[in-house]
Ligand binder design. Structure first.
Ligand code: PMP
Length: 458
């Protein structure tokens, strides 16, 4: 079909996620046609180096033939098996057992979802059931971080603290509350990491005290805030928040949807700080985007309380047709094999210093105020004034211009609204691909800097 026809059909009928409807009608869709390794190709044959792994998910890179083989074999043998009525499938059971072995020891039980949003939604439902089962129905308040992202289910979008997810959606809910983001670059206390960590702990204590010590169910956080602008808290922050949750007797829920599966170095960010969450959510890198799947994992304590809280014969009424889908599970097993035996985790860790150095070198660029990363998750923050960290006026539409220049020059990354550029290259990236990423990125920044209104805004 002609490209122009597809663009017209898209404009008329297809609603895109997290997109300005009117803006998209004007701009039109960019249709991707194929992908191999780190490269995407659009319908015009234009090749793009993907420095965002799709949407921080294709951690293995594209065109991994063994994943395709495993999926085809599973589809041929058993394309679907319900998990209802105590049925199941071999890949789902093996994947659950593998995840229990690979995640912190606190996590012993897995519920599979279709992605991250429904993993967060399931976590909230299970937590609610848990406290009711425990005879503590008053523990119903939830706390998360400003700039946090926990998906866009009806309840998760309220734990998400980004204004577009609330506007006209009647969120947050009355039981959803936020504390400040642990944002080193914009820390009012300057570069003092210990003070920043202490500030977060105190903010959580204060919020719990304000809501009533007995009323708070859980604290949700990402180890590194992704969609809020790749905000990398200091090492030790996650552990400090875990400790605070224990003191305050609230559940500690870690959302590793982005940070999981080698994105920050180890398989999970929790590993690096020896954190033992009560619940953990994951998706994206679990199947590396080759099929939809997410999961919520929970401790024995939660599982057993929920199990005993339901009357013996009563079902725990949470489920989806495609929970523990056998094809996704088979893909998940192969993806985990590629991370470990396939050497992808090791390659990601070996390449991370080049990634970090490439970002750091761009700090000398007139537009760049901050460069931050952990593992292969990173960002540049562009500012109009480096000393005051003043942001560019939104009317300049700098992020949109950068995204357009990036497309022309064959590079994909995420240009967030407040001039933060996010990067999440695949764990399969080679040194040559990092060189190409940074040479293209520099040209894109130079091109935008030469535009008179941008230069005069500095
Ligand atoms: N939690 C986090 C931390 C995420 O980054 C995302 C997605 N970007 C989600 C939840 C929601 O996942 P999904 O888009 O698969 O529903």
């Amino acid at each position: 079909m002609q490209n122009s026809t597809l663009v017209a059909l898209d404009r008329s009928h297809l609603i895109h996620p997290v997109t300005s409807f009117r803006g998209h009608e004007q701009q039109g869709v960019a249709i991707l046609q194929s992908a191999r390794g780190a490269y995407l190709t659009d319908r015009h044959g234009h090749e793009l180096l993907d420095a965002f792994s799709g949407l921080w998910c294709v951690n293995t890179g594209y065109g991994q033939d063994s994943i395709v083989r495993v999926a085809a074999e599973q589809m041929t043998r058993l394309p679907y098996a319900t998990g209802y009525f105590s049925y199941g499938s071999e890949p789902a059971i093996l994947l659950a057992a593998k995840l229990v072995a690979l995640t912190p020891a606190s996590l012993q039980h897995v519920y599979f979802t279709l992605g991250g949003s429904d993993a967060v939604d399931a976590a909230v439902r299970y937590i609610t059931h848990y406290y009711n089962s425990l005879g503590q129905p008053f523990k119903k308040q939830f706390i998360s971080l400003e700039r946090g992202y926990h998906g866009s289910s009806s309840v998760g979008a309220g734990l998400t603290a980004l204004s577009n997810f609330h506007l006209n959606f009647d969120l947050p809910l009355p039981n959803q509350h936020y504390i400040a983001s642990p944002y080193p670059y914009r820390n009012p206390l300057g570069n003092d990491n210990a003070a920043l960590i202490q500030g977060s702990v105190q903010a959580l204590r204060d919020k719990v005290a304000q809501l009533g010590a007995d009323n708070v169910a859980a604290f949700f956080c990402e180890p590194i805030q992704g969609s809020g602008g790749v905000i990398v808290p200091p090492v030790g922050w996650l552990k400090a928040m875990e400790t605070a949750c224990r003191e305050l007797d609230i559940l500690f829920v870690v959302d590793e949807v982005i940070t999981g599966f080698g994105r920050t170095g180890p398989l999970f960010a929790c590993e690096a700080e020896n954190v033992q969450p009560d619940l953990m959510t994951m998706a994206k890198g679990l199947t590396a985007g080759y099929a939809p799947m997410g999961a919520v994992m929970m401790s024995d304590r939660l599982y057993n309380t929920i199990a005993d809280g339901a009357a013996r014969e009563a079902v725990v009424g949470h489920g989806q047709t495609y929970s523990a889908h056998p094809v996704s599970a088979a893909i998940g097993l192969e993806v985990l094999r590629l991370y470990h035996e396939g050497g992808l985790l090791a390659n990601g860790m070996a390449q991370a210093p080049h990634f970090e150095q490439g970002l750091r070198e761009l700090l000398a660029h007139p537009l760049v105020g901050d460069a931050r990363s952990r593992g292969l998750l990173g960002a540049l923050e562009l500012v109009a004034d480096k000393a005051s960290k003043r942001r560019f006026e939104p009317s300049l539409k700098l992020s949109e211009r950068i995204a357009a220049a990036a497309y022309r020059r064959g590079l994909v990354f995420r240009a967030f609204g407040d001039n933060i550029l996010g990067f999440a290259p695949a764990l399969s990236y080679t040194s040559g691909e990092f060189e190409l990423l940074f040479s293209r990125l520099r040209k894109i920044l130079d091109e935008v800097l030469e535009q008179p209104d941008v230069r005069s805004a500095l």
